[in-house]
Design a protein around this ligand. Structure first.
Ligand code: PEP
Ligand code: MN
Length: 355
């Protein structure tokens, strides 16, 4: 259950509510509130709220609204917030800000890993030219083998910041450790939490609590259920950061023909369950560059509000994930197709509205 506190509640009204909540929950500690944009909310464990408690709460003048969400995830639920969340990426002082969550799909593109200055700057200019609005690039790489290229670390963050300055594109990069959240947030416009870390709870909390409140792109765990994924997102919101983007990147199956299985049915399903924006990563989902254009179109048709695509000027020599990386020319075609599809879908939407 979610309690939304009335913004004009007096300190007496708030104190009365907090005292009641301590009685209901048996808590010895002060009740913590969470900021959701302009709203201030308290999330309660449903098991502790019986009919009598609900009755007592409904009479509290400090409360604007009581929401019975009825799912384990609460703040991310569409029941709590009917309107879709739009997230502004980037700060106008340092780049061209972009909004994720609306009808216009956002294209995020760039190399799997930041390899060196020339590779990153060449790719950044090329993806911008191809129509991408956000630059991706891994500085800290979660690699399956300890002998593979692990990324440039902090040096990679500096190169990403340089690429942003050179192109105006906001940048996204992965953070793997809670104690690096502040450092990554200093340089990046979006924090990426990778598939392998979807349930790294200290990392989720750190991404929720950090002071810059950078938007977080939370990739689906290698074999996570939708509920586990939404609960992982809930950690970030509950810790105080409402700006979470979900990213479907395929789930593990038994067939080695593709790297993963792209679960596109999760896109319309998530739109029902949550107000958070959803993007698809057709590169990691398939692991094969020849499948990326088709699955990009399919993702947009399914309702994805963005794509994150691995692009390399020369995929065959990429230090990481070259097999699934496309060229800037191939990206340009995907961007064009995406725009046509999105336009078609919004025309269709207005027509069905009339019908
Ligand atoms: C990535 O996007 O660089 C990455 C490692 O992806 P994932 O976490 O989805 O495997
Ligand atoms: Mn990759």
């Amino acid at each position: 259950m979610i309690i939304t506190i009335r913004s004009q509640a007096t300190s007496e009204e708030r104190a009365q509510l907090m005292a009641l909540l301590c009685r209901i929950t048996g808590s010895q500690h002060p009740i913590t509130t969470t900021k959701m944009g302009r709203r201030e909310v308290i999330v309660l464990d449903d098991n502790r709220i019986d009919a009598q408690a609900q009755d007592a709460l409904s009479q509290q003048s400090a409360i604007d609204r009581l929401t019975n969400v009825k799912t384990p995830y609460q703040l991310v639920s569409r029941v709590f917030q009917a309107e879709s969340t739009n997230i502004v990426i980037g700060n106008a002082h340092t780049c061209n800000p972009v909004t994720i969550g609306g009808a216009v799909p956002v294209i995020i593109a760039g190399p799997c890993a930041v390899e060196d200055r020339e590779q990153l700057l060449t790719t950044a200019h090329a993806v911008k030219q191809a129509g991408a609005q956000i630059l991706r690039g891994g500085a800290f790489k979660p690699r399956t083998s300890p002998y593979q290229f692990q990324g440039l670390g902090v040096e990679g963050l500096h190169l990403l910041a340089e690429a942003r300055e050179a192109t105006g594109l906001p940048v996204i990069t992965e953070v793997m450790e809670p104690n690096l959240v502040d450092t990554v947030a200093e340089h990046a416009d979006i924090l990426q939490i990778g598939s392998r870390n979807m349930q790294n709870f200290p990392l989720l909390l750190a991404a929720g609590r950090h002071s810059r409140k950078r938007p977080v792109m939370l990739k689906r765990g290698l074999s996570a259920t939708i509920d586990e994924w939404l609960l992982a997102a809930e950690y970030i919101l509950a810790a105080g950061n409402p700006n979470v983007i979900l990213c479907e990147r395929g789930i593990r199956s038994y067939d080695p023909q593709t790297r993963n299985v792209l679960d596109l049915s999760c896109v319309p399903l998530l739109h029902e369950l949550t107000h958070l924006p959803i993007v698809v990563d057709p590169s990691h989902a398939t692991g094969r560059r020849e499948l990326v254009p088709t699955m990009s179109r399919a993702s947009i048709a399914a309702g994805a509000q963005g794509l994150i695509i691995e692009v390399h000027p020369d995929p065959n020599v990429a230090l990481c994930d070259g097999r699934q990386s496309i060229t800037p020319e191939q990206l340009q075609k995907i961007v064009r197709e995406t725009r046509v599809l999105a336009r078609m879908m919004s025309d269709e939407g207005s027509l069905s509205h009339v019908a």
